[in-house]
Ligand binder design. Structure first.
Ligand SMILES: C[S@@+](CC[C@H](N)C(=O)[O-])C[C@H]1O[C@@H](n2cnc3c(N)ncnc32)[C@H](O)[C@@H]1O
Length: 320
């Protein structure tokens, strides 16, 4: 990975704008060098989140509809590149890039053409995308801009939306899910299409978030070590929230399918975590004695995100 000394100043400026909430005010892509520095660093971390989400969609048996794909608020275009890596033979074409920054659209299209020479990439939007990708845009949009974006969903078959795993981003995605779920069913991370259990009384401390795993080499790579040190970023933690909507029937998961939310925690006798199912968002647990392998996985934070369980009074007695 190549990042020049001058690039650290770019990354610090971008990070300041992302953290202090001013990123939405004006176009911060001042030159292609900004996009290249972002693409080598922040965008890679966002790519790990996309891998988590797209691998989940693979497991659910989801496949992309044919037609144009739009990467909206594309930045350097990591979302659509991650998408094409995970679904290489998909019939999504052409791939369009939209951003308030012309520099970003050009950069994203150019980078994708180099990476996927056989495909067509177009800077600029498209009226009726089959697939709409949204990634880390919510905090930069004013309410009327979010409304305009949601109005454009009427012509889309599938929306895949990935945001940071913060309380605010999660609650914002949940509010959108609740507004749309009757006409545009959520298929992930939700294991059901009913009302979101996070919003039930008593669940105020919870938010729907998950953790992507960085590639193992990252922790021993001097480049990423310097990135973490220069920007004060914990490489181990890559939290995300996401929402996938699809108009095509995917088939509902079994009623006792549950999505783990956040990280599990363990003690000497059991493992516990917050689980989302059609019934509720509530704490679930399984005894170490009955599920030693699963307990070890929970301790190492390697518990599968989605499972089908048989539960008695919140205790898992059988895993399918
Ligand atoms: C944090 S970056 C995320 C870029 C990319 N989606 C990713 O995940 O790496 C947010 C992007 O949204 C774009 N953006 C902000 N406001 C926008 C708007 N009103 N319309 C279109 N794009 C916008 C910015 O220019 C920037 O490229």
């Amino acid at each position: 990975m190549n990042v020049d000394p001058s690039d650290w100043a770019i990354l610090e400026r971008l990070r300041r704008a992302f953290l202090n909430g001013t990123a939405g005010e004006s176009d911060y892509w001042l030159s292609p060098a900004d996009l290249a520095a972002y693409d080598a660093t922040f965008a890679q971390r966002i790519g790990w989140k996309w891998d988590f989400v797209l691998e989940d969609l693979h497991r659910l048996g989801w496949s992309p509809p044919a037609g144009p794909l739009l990467d909206w608020g594309c930045g350097s275009g990591i979302a659509s590149r991650a998408f094409l890596d995970q679904f290489p033979s998909s019939d999504v074409t052409p791939v369009h890039y939209w951003d308030r920054s012309a520099k970003a659209m050009e950069y994203a299209a150019h980078k994708a053409r180099t990476r996927f020479p056989g495909r067509t990439f177009v800077p600029g939007t498209v009226e009726t995308p089959a697939v709409l990708l949204l990634s880390h845009v919510l905090t930069e949009l004013a309410p009327p801009q979010v409304e305009a974006l949601l109005a454009s969903f009427s012509s889309v078959t599938s929306v895949i939306w990935v945001e940071p795993g913060t309380y605010d981003a999660s609650l914002a995605l949940i509010a959108i899910r609740e507004r749309l779920r009757q006409e545009f069913p959520p298929i992930a991370p939700c294991p059901h299409t009913g009302a979101c259990g996070i919003l039930a009384p008593g669940n105020e401390p919870h938010w729907c978030h998950h953790f992507a795993a960085p590639p193992p080499g990252v922790f021993t790579d001097p480049f990423w070590g310097k990135f973490a040190q220069m920007l004060g970023i914990d490489l181990r933690s890559v939290p995300l929230s996401y929402l996938v909507l699809d108009r095509r029937p995917l088939g509902l998961p079994k009623p006792d399918t549950a999505r783990r939310i956040g990280r599990p925690w363990t003690n000497k006798v059991d493992a516990r975590f917050i689980a989302c199912s059609a019934a509720a968002v509530a704490e679930a647990q399984f005894p170490k004695r009955t599920f030693p392998e699963l307990w070890r996985n929970a301790r190492k934070d390697r518990l599968p995100s989605l499972q089908t369980w048989e539960r008695v009074d919140g205790t898992i007695v059988n895993v399918r």
